[in-house]
Design a protein around this ligand. Sequence first.
Ligand SMILES: [Fe+2]
Length: 353
Amino acid sequence: MVFIMFTRRTFARLAGAASLAPATPFAHPGKPLSRIAFGSCAKQTLPQPIWEPIIAYRPDLFIFAGDNVYGDFSSEDAEELKRAYDEARHIAGYLKLRETVPHLAVWDDHDYGANDGGVEFAHKTVAKDLFLDFWEAPPGDIRRTRGGIYDSRLIGPAGKRVQVILLDVRWFRSPLRITDQRGAPGKQRYLPDLDPAKTMLGAEQWAWLARELSKPAELRLIVSSTQVLAEGHGWERWGNMPLEKQKLVDTIRESGAKGVVFLSGDRHIGALYRETHQALYPLYEVTSSGLNMVYWAAKEPGPNRIGPLFAAANFGVVEIDWSARTLLLALRDESGDTRRAVDIGFDSLGIAT
Ligand SMILES: [Fe+2]
């Protein structure tokens, strides 16, 4: 209760900027971001010791990348999701992070309310209201007046701007093509679907994304709760709709936006990925999952993966060295130790000097 009053007061202080402010405002809004942490898949009924190393990392920003609670529900009263949020409000580390670290959030299927759910989910409006209330979106927040919870932020001064683009891959997403061999390697649940009528983002969100990418920024973090670049598995991923994945790459290329990096979750494994495309700088992705939900036995081929999977609790980090013009993408474990990492020069992402 004290926490809720605190954040509402800070919103009020932000006045005009409130609809663009993270739930906990930045102490120095003009300061460039240099340490960003993120994670996904936090089951509220299980211990969550990982908040301690995340807070000790002292991130400038934390991004909740989906499945921030597990509250699947099937009736309009959304009892399970309400209970999940109530439980999460009482997890000490979760609470401390939300009180002390500026943060942003997107949902994935389990806080959307339906396992692997998409456009068809009947109770998504109820889930959206609960999501926006839990994350303390102010009354005038644009997400309250449009479909889905997609959003963006531009943080930092000119020359050191980070744009965070938060995609909603649930609200508008067409039904997936179900596998013909459930559980088989590479086709565990879904098969690639080349139907051109199917969409990941929906027309409205696609148009918005193109507009967002045309805004000036040095570095852009595109958060998609489901994996973008990962290939070689049959769970949820953008590769379930190859035409939509290609459209995402084309939208980035055509916008001229430099410095795009993807952040994702959902999978109960952590990994780094890199994919190359014609006439575009290489695209990188950090998948961090889960904060406490882990698929220990995970094993899968990774054509775009950098190094092996990391199948234990983890959080992702993006460290930006603005003077050296380098970026570190990494995964850290429950002790805060770095377990996977890749260094990238700004030049290789096309970022202008
Ligand atoms: Fe998920």
